[in-house]
Design a protein around this ligand. Structure first.
Ligand SMILES: Cc1ncc(COP(=O)(O)O)c(C=O)c1O
Length: 498
């Protein structure tokens, strides 16, 4: 394929042409380029964004069935070349739709898929829809910082030894905490055994554009990879991409699967933002990321100079499950200055007007990106510096003492992955009954139950509850750990199969 001119923005251009042509809009959306929208919102968001909030009529093409050679196909080809992929599609329902389409394309009912136990919930929903059989791989856990990283190549190899029938290996890399997997080694192992490598790279749309960042999934030959362009680059929320490489994936099937998960009325402003975000990264991505890395490295150095504060970085590379590290991620451990991550995040928000992306028991996660300024970094570092100077008793386990017991004596271990009795799909589509949680041992769970941190489900739909799981989760609740997933988050009751 000849090199394409990455300065072009074919999809954004057709939207602008539509506006300058002065076309009279007898089509959706009903606000007719802003005229019918209430002034309060129109005045705030501005006329131009509403003028290109159009629908797929005339020359504006169709995301679900792009015209051969038309503006969407051109924008997709430019994106594929920018990310080193063979084909790319724009997504308007985030990487959620990307993961669902990727897994649904690769798997048939009853097929085995290997995936990390801490996969994003979009992977769980894909298991429900595809009726595939999950074999969960344990990610590496840093017990000291109480957070989870990637699965190792050894874990993938063992899982494939035990399940040679697996059709696909699904890997999350980077994680929320910035660790990347050894994708090159995993690619070899998966392909040697005839399994597809599917990469959830929602947190890595920028990796491809800077040599000092870990290698991207497309560069190491993952068969399919999903990027949340909106999470760290210039696209608008929900704007993501799915990339493919090689011949192993049935592209026709992927195209028809995407039609199931995407609206027939995609937001065209979003599509334009994906087109322009690609142009921006292809033409100036390296320089933008030079600056981002410089700011993030400066922040990390200054944060690590605050007594009691730790901001992980490339020093962690080589530890289990951390083959590489995305230095733009600022995971700030506040435990030793006497705060839980939850408390620190609340104080940063209310006292310093600084909003972080994520908080857990010991850490907060701040994202540096191409939109981060030096002033933002200075404010974050100054706020953490002030927290560090406060005279706090170093006693974050105080309310119950349970956590201290569990974490310090290491006397309480996560229960083993429970037995899968029925597929996640069967568990989801069957009738459910609510029973007291305390008496649910032996029942087949209909819900996902995930304590945060570290965000690894203790039980998933279709798995059998045990006394060990019940004791463990009750202890977690007593310790004030957040439980996500069940309808009754206090776990007085649980939904199980009849
Ligand atoms: C690892 C991972 N995969 C997929 C997703 C879904 O991405 P999106 O929000 O773009 O739908 C997320 C969202 O946070 C995620 O953390």
């Amino acid at each position: 394929m000849p090199r394409l001119d990455q300065r072009r923005t074919p999809y954004f251009d057709v939207l602008q042409d539509y506006v300058t042509s002065g076309t009279i809009p007898f089509h959706t959306p009903g606000h007719k380029q802003g005229i019918g929208m209430h002034k309060r919102l129109r005045d705030f968001v501005g006329d131009n964004v509403l003028a290109i909030d159009l629908t797929q009529v005339g020359d504006l093409d169709d995301l679900n069935a792009p015209e051969p050679g038309g503006p969407i196909e051109q924008a997709h080809a430019l994106a594929a070349q920018a990310w080193g992929a063979d084909t790319t599609w724009f997504l308007v329902n985030g990487s959620t739709a990307g993961n669902q389409a990727m897994l649904m394309t690769a798997l048939r009912p009853g097929d085995t898929v290997l995936l990390p136990r801490n996969s994003h919930k979009s992977a769980t929903s894909a298991l429900i829809m595809s009726a595939a059989l999950p074999v969960y791989m344990q990610p590496e856990v840093d017990h000291e910082l109480h957070l989870d990283h990637c699965v190792t190549p050894e874990t993938v190899r063992h899982a494939l030894d035990a399940h040679p029938e697996a059709k696909a290996v699904f890997i999350t890399s980077p994680t929320y905490y910035g660790a990347t997997a050894d994708l090159a080694a995993i690619e070899k192992i998966a392909h040697e055994r005839g399994a597809l490598l599917l990469a959830d790279e929602a947190w890595g749309p920028h990796l491809h554009f800077h040599p000092e960042l870990p290698p991207s999934a497309t560069s190491i030959g993952a068969d399919v990879c999903v990027n949340s362009t909106h999470k760290l680059l210039g696209a608008m929320s929900q704007g993501s991409m799915i990339h493919t490489r090689g011949e192993r994936v049935d592209l026709g099937r992927l195209r028809s699967t995407l039609r199931i998960f995407q609206s027939t009325s995609p937001n065209l402003v979003l599509l334009a933002s994906l087109d322009v975000a690609r142009m921006q990264m292809a033409t100036e991505g390296k320089a933008l990321l030079d600056r981002t890395l410089e700011l993030a490295r400066d922040a990390r150095r200054r944060l690590n100079a605050i007594p009691g504060v730790y901001c992980m970085g490339t020093d962690q590379v080589g530890r289990p499950g951390i083959a590489g590290y995305d230095e733009t991620r600022l995971v700030i451990t506040v435990r030793d200055i006497g705060y839980t991550g939850y408390e620190a995040a609340r104080i940063l928000q209310h006292r310093y007007n600084v909003q972080v992306e994520l908080a857990d028991l010991f850490n907060i996660v701040a994202l540096a990106s191409i939109g981060t300024t030096r002033d933002h970094i200075d404010q974050l570092v100054a706020a953490i510096g002030e927290l560090g100077r406060e005279d706090r008793p170093i006693d974050i386990y105080a309310p119950t003492g349970v956590l201290e017991d569990r974490l310090k004596k290491r006397s309480y271990r996560t229960p083993p992955t429970p037995k899968l009795v029925v597929t996640p799909r069967e568990a989801f589509v069957s009738d459910h009954v609510e029973v007291p949680f305390k008496q649910s041992a032996g029942r087949v769970c209909a819900e996902v139950i995930t304590p945060y941190p570290p965000g690894i489900p203790i039980v998933c739909p279709g798995e059998q509850l045990t006394d060990e799981i019940i004791d463990y989760l009750r202890l977690e609740l007593r310790a004030g750990v957040h439980i996500q997933g069940p309808v009754d988050e206090q776990l007085r009751t649980i939904r199980v199969l009849p």
